[in-house]
Design a protein around this ligand. Sequence first.
Ligand code: C2E
Ligand code: MG
Ligand code: MG
Length: 757
Amino acid sequence: MSDDPLVWATPAGTPSLGAAQGLGHRLFSRFRIGTRLAAMMALAALVSALLATMGVRGLAAANESLRMVYETRMKPVRNLDQVAHLMLSNQLQLQLALARPGDSDLTERGALSPELARQAARAIESNMLEIDRLWEEYSRAPKEQTETDLAERFAHERAVYLSAGVKPAIAALRSLEHHSAQRMAGTVHRLYERARPEIQALINHQFEQAHAAYEAGVRRHALTLQLSLGALIVSMLVLGFLGAMLIRSIVRPLQAVGTVFRRISAGQLDSHIVVEGKDEVSTLLFELRAMQRRLLTNEKAIYDLAFFDPLTHLPNRRLLRERIQNTLDAGADDAAHRALLLIDLDNFKNINDTLGHQVGDQYLVEIARRFSAIVRPPHSVARIGGDEFVVLLDHLPAAEAPALARAQAMAQELLDGIARPCELPGQVHHGSASIGICLFRRGGTTIHELLKRADTAMYQAKNAGRNAYRLFDPALQAELETRAALQAALREAIGADQLALDFQVQVGLDGHAVGAEVLLRWHHPVHGSVPPAQFIPIAESCGLILPIGQWVLQQACAQLGAWAAAPHARHLDLAVNVSARQFRSPDFVAQVREALAQAGAPPERLVLELTESLVLDDVADAVDRMQALSRHGVRFALDDFGTGYSSLAQLKHLPLHQLKIDRSFVRDIVHDRGDAAIVQTIIGMAANLGLCVIAEGVETPAQHQTLRRLACTAFQGYWFGRPQSAAQFEQWLAGAGAAPPTSPTPSEPTDATTTLP
Ligand code: C2E
Ligand code: MG
Ligand code: MG
């Protein structure tokens, strides 16, 4: 389970991001991803446009500088240069006109070549026109003050040159006046020399200006280049940073979403998801958080359902088992004792039956509340069934005595807690419980075994009268286990042909056999010969007595049927023991009648032995059933008589035929006057009620004599014959049993009695 907060800005497992980054994420997450991407694209487009504009403008500026160099500086330079050349040309034309070809001394001769003079005049005129045009063109261009000043000075010299030099020179040429021409040539030359520095100054000025413009252009170009590159780098950095932030603002939250998914799929539902921002991923995280909460709620509900009792909210059997297992699995060095206290509320069923299940539930909730208040960690309490709770005491002392004392103290505390009056709708209930305590240590046993031990001890507490606790007793446990094993084996007994019937003779006063009692035998291949006193109660408790009893009845009736056809045996009664559950079964009467009919046995020879407790449990019903069968001819004997404190008043309503004096009175009858008195009373009482009497367990001639003296008329016991198989019994009947004995001879312990007293 992790407590890391899972914020989309700081995904799980990552140390928290820097403050600026966190801020950036928070800023970004305010906008949807689409908006963010569109804004980024727009910004990139804007930066590109700015860069392009900057470049274009820089190029334009550089271009303008070049144009300026050429247009406003180089062209005038050329014009001015031409003007200078034209003026020089005038100079040369005049010298050409004055110098006759082949004539070295023209001055002296005083004549001009007309043709050359005219040519020179025309050329000079043309030059002057061209100079005017060039100057005109130059003059039109705007100028700064320095240039204007220089231009005006040259214009003045040019005007002087024209008026005082060139024009008179042209006139002299046209008039072919050599001398004048020669003189004017000198003037023109002089004026030209005067004007030349002025125009040169202008040209130089232009060159300087052109150079300045050129240098400005170069600087502008370099600046543009630097600015563009700088802007490009800066914008690339800014856009790169923003792009990285943008990518991160999308990728990191998506990673966080992935982490959440991983944790959820791994079943870890307690991550603290903090959702910031309003973008798509935030929405997704928000939904995830809602989903996680729902899953957590559901998981908790599932966990509660699986491990807790919905009514009391206490741990259920499953969680208890886990906890017990943990204590059993404790480390080898753990010598501490633990204890299980199995608590079963006494008579809880009564609350349910009388006040209703809702009140029963209320009572359980209140008891659970009291237990929870008493049992504090490291101990725990669980509800494992309707009214069954288990307290697991952990970390008890390693020594047994103090551990036991602590467990007993806790049991007493729990009993006290339950004993406090509980206000229920309709009544104030004073409850109690039975608690079974079982002490244990790590390893060596199983949960099942521990719960079984606690259960055994709890039943001991119940049997001890409830509202008590008992410690687990291994001897009792062994007995119960044997009982359970016998019960399982008994289920197979009839089918496996392990049951058999023995017959024990009953004799009359004259020593003749008057009947026999059928005694059930169980020969188990492993358990050996199991005495009926051991397995009949088991068969009773688990209901197996019904099929077994029916089988005994059928076998006994079959034997009666067989005896009815044998002259030496047809006078014998056959007594069959009937258990309470068998007698109370709805179709018991029908079963007996059917068994008799099927075997063709005479009903008047059948004696059913009932016990006092069986009959007295519900006298009216017993009387009904007995009468129904009595009408059919069947008779009844009251077995083990004298042990059940029957009252005479009740006995006289029963359609009984015989009382069987329990052998506990016969055992010491010879020496114990009390027993003899009881037997005498029973015999007297039977005579008053018109009942026959038979004494059980007659083992010695002395007992026989005493009983005879007390007017007992029939006897059963080892002295006359031990229980034996049908074949042995018939063999005995056919022999010595048919004739009345003259003197009593004790029976051999193992063999059937062949000689009667
Ligand atoms: P019970 O009906 O009182 O049977 C008489 C018991 O006394 C028999 O024990 C018999 O073997 C024993 N016994 C007879 N003579 C003497 C004697 O001289 N000395 C001593 N010490 N014992 C003598 P068993 O066979 O062990 O039967 C025990 C009880 O089991 C019976 O007591 C009866 O209650 C029950 N039982 C036996 N067979 C059946 C049956 O088929 N159905 C039912 N429901 N119970 C039966
Ligand atoms: Mg009996
Ligand atoms: Mg008996």
